[in-house]
Design a binder for this molecule. Structure first.
Ligand code: GTP
Ligand code: MG
Length: 277
């Protein structure tokens, strides 16, 4: 009889976000779930290097290719015997390490043409209890702005030079720590980030204009401004869709994953991952 050889996972996900958001806690949890170990401690410390782990998608989580299957479909049983695996890269979120690690990693992975090493999605994790702090909000939005700009450049750059548009790399904003009573709900996380990215965008556009005054060139290319409106309107994640980047904001909690409550845990992020596979 035929039996598929176990091949190494070829789908990659990149985990970005500011320090303390819960990236390593999430990575540790997924690793523990994959190995069926009863490791439930999420005690982590500030990361200084990135790590790559292989994760098994729970068989109950649908993927883009099996979403229309019924629960009785024998191929679902097959899926639990031959589970879908993917790789997740955890990066350090400290401001001083972003350029050399998170952003650099994103640039390398996003431009890779190796079909065995595809970047399927970017997960940008935020601490929803910390976003009420102006400084944290500014820092988070600045990082997210830079991440989206890398993806926009990739998306627009390839679309123009060839007829074949590069495959999209969607972004999940994982609104973590929803278990805390001080946490902002995902809807207001979205609004706050959009408003703050708008501010970041405006000050960057102004900086570019001021710089180009010297060279008598007041042409700020779309390559430098995030969104499809030359920085004229108000920024929203919807604008990113016009440049081929889908952004979702979904709440969850690494800490609440063992609870069966609706909206807690990491299930909805796993479902997002599944839809990218
Ligand atoms: P860097 O490595 O510095 O970039 O940070 P990180 O994003 O990896 O954060 P880390 O995973 O180290 O988590 C920071 C702290 O948040 C830890 O004390 C975690 O236990 C805690 N934490 C993570 N997820 C949750 C959550 O869902 N709820 C609560 N209450 N705490 C969480
Ligand atoms: Mg970490």
């Amino acid at each position: 009889f035929y039996r598929a050889a176990a091949s190494p996972p070829s789908s990659n996900f990149l985990l970005l976000g500011p320090s303390g958001a819960g990236k390593t806690a999430f990575t540790t949890l997924l690793e523990a779930k994959s190995s069926l170990a009863s490791k439930t401690s999420h005690n982590t410390h500030t990361s200084q290097v990135s790590t790559l782990i292989t994760v098994t998608l729970p068989a109950s989580v649908p993927t883009a290719s099996n979403r229309y299957r019924s629960v009785n479909d024998p191929s679902l049983k097959e899926a639990s015997r031959n589970p879908i695996k993917y790789r997740l890269r955890d990066t350090p979120g400290h401001g001083k390490l972003r350029a050399s690690q998170g952003i650099a990693e994103l640039q390398t992975m996003a431009s890779s043409n190796d079909s065995k090493n595809k970047l399927r999605g970017v997960i940008f994790m935020v601490d929803t209890a910390a976003l009420v702090d102006e400084a944290v909000l500014r820092d988070t939005a600045t990082y997210l702005h830079d991440v989206l700009l890398v993806l926009q450049k990739r998306s627009l750059g390839k679309g123009r030079s060839s007829t074949k548009r590069s495959t999209e790399i969607p972004v999940l904003i994982a609104a973590n720590k929803q278990d805390l009573f001080t946490a902002l709900p995902p809807g207001s996380v979205r609004e706050k980030l959009e408003a703050e990215i708008d501010r970041v965008r405006k000050s960057k556009t102004k900086g570019l204009m001021d710089a180009s005054m010297d060279t008598a060139e007041v042409d700020v290319g779309e390559d430098e401004v995030l969104g499809d409106d030359d920085g004229q309107g108000v920024f929203s994640f919807k604008l990113m869709e016009d440049v081929g980047i889908k952004v979702d904001v979904t709440g969850g909690a690494v800490k609440g994953d063992s609870q069966e409550e609706v909206g807690s845990g990491v299930r909805r992020w796993e479902e997002w991952i599944g839809m990218c596979l």
